[in-house]
Design a protein around this ligand. Structure first.
Ligand SMILES: [Zn+2]
Length: 307
């Protein structure tokens, strides 16, 4: 999440929010996803329908997609250097729990990220129990069809150093880093906002008891880049991103990277010096049913590039 578990100003609105938004249609059809991927029906109680999709607005079209790390990925992870042995043991327990949860991924501990991976920080002055994860999906802008070439590329996790539920919070934030954005309002997923569940799951994981999460298993049962829905946007609506795509191709920028928060999203590139060139997306929930409500706000570096 742009702001994590205990966001103050950002309130999660699940993707299938017809009840909240009146009688509008759901933005995408979870039942159709199960028809195309029958293995999902075996994952009892999964809440993949509550995922916050990644938003890719380009060429006057809005594409909503799923994104995760590739099959059998070995994901580089940087653990905080300043972690005490006890805190390190807790973080390791959370990593191991996800490795053994049947997603097929493994984590490779490393001192620094070379090209993608997950960085975990312990922040001393962060309010205990708060946390923050920024998770970026990289998409090939030339892709089309029902599945875009897209995969998780990078995530940065900040955890409060003094979090009494460190294991549970780390499990939850790692879930975002693994590609699940949003917070199911029902069910038993670690991605829900139930703080007691985080605490109790953390205690169990620390004891070495088994951990599984049908919602993340569901995400990993579907190919990364799977398109959930497409919407037509008003002519010229994606102009800043379309022009930045041309600049990026000419200048050899890396990206585009997509980030999906509870209320805002981000499309960004890294320029030749590694600086972020980004366009904020506002109105994510509104845009699910009324695509023209999506607002693109180029940030200063993007505005300079567009001049
Ligand atoms: Zn969260």
């Amino acid at each position: 999440m742009l702001r994590g578990l205990h966001a103050v100003a950002r309130v999660a609105v699940p993707a299938v929010a017809a009840g909240v938004l009146g009688c509008a249609e759901p933005a995408w059809d979870a039942a159709r996803l199960e028809q195309h991927h029958p293995e999902l029906t075996k994952l009892e109680g999964h809440r993949l329908a509550d995922v916050r999709p990644f938003y890719w607005p380009a060429g006057d079209r809005l594409t909503l997609l799923l994104c995760r790390w590739p099959d059998a990925a070995r994901i580089p992870v940087v653990l905080p250097r300043d972690a005490t042995p006890d805190r390190r043991r807790r973080l390791e327990a959370a990593l191991t729990a996800w490795e053994e949860a049947g997603l097929g991924i493994r984590f490779e501990r490393t001192a620094a990220l070379a090209a993608g991976g997950i960085e975990i920080e312990l922040v001393p002055d962060m309010l205990a129990w708060s946390a923050n994860t920024e998770a970026d999906c990289v998409v090939d802008p030339k892709g089309s069809g029902d599945r875009l070439p897209a995969r998780m590329a990078y995530a940065s996790i900040q955890l409060a150093r003094d979090d009494p539920r460190l294991v549970g919070t780390a499990l939850h934030e790692l879930g975002h880093a693994l590609g699940f954005q949003g917070h199911p309002r029902r069910g038993t997923s670690i991605m829900g906002k139930d703080k007691n569940r985080l605490l109790h799951t953390g205690v169990r994981v620390l004891k070495g008891e088994g951990f599984e999460d049908a919602t993340l298993a569901a995400l990993y049962a579907v190919p990364s880049g799977t398109v959930l829905a497409r919407r037509t946007l008003p002519p010229g609506h994606t102009e800043p991103i379309d022009r930045l795509l041309a600049v990026a191709a000419r200048e050899g920028w890396r990206g585009p990277f997509l980030r999906a928060g509870d209320t805002e999203g981000l499309v960004s590139w890294r320029d030749g010096r590694g600086r972020e060139v980004g366009v904020l997306l506002h109105g994510l929930s509104l845009a699910l049913n009324e695509p023209s409500r999506l607002v693109l706000e180029p940030l200063p570096a993007a505005r300079r590039a567009l001049k």
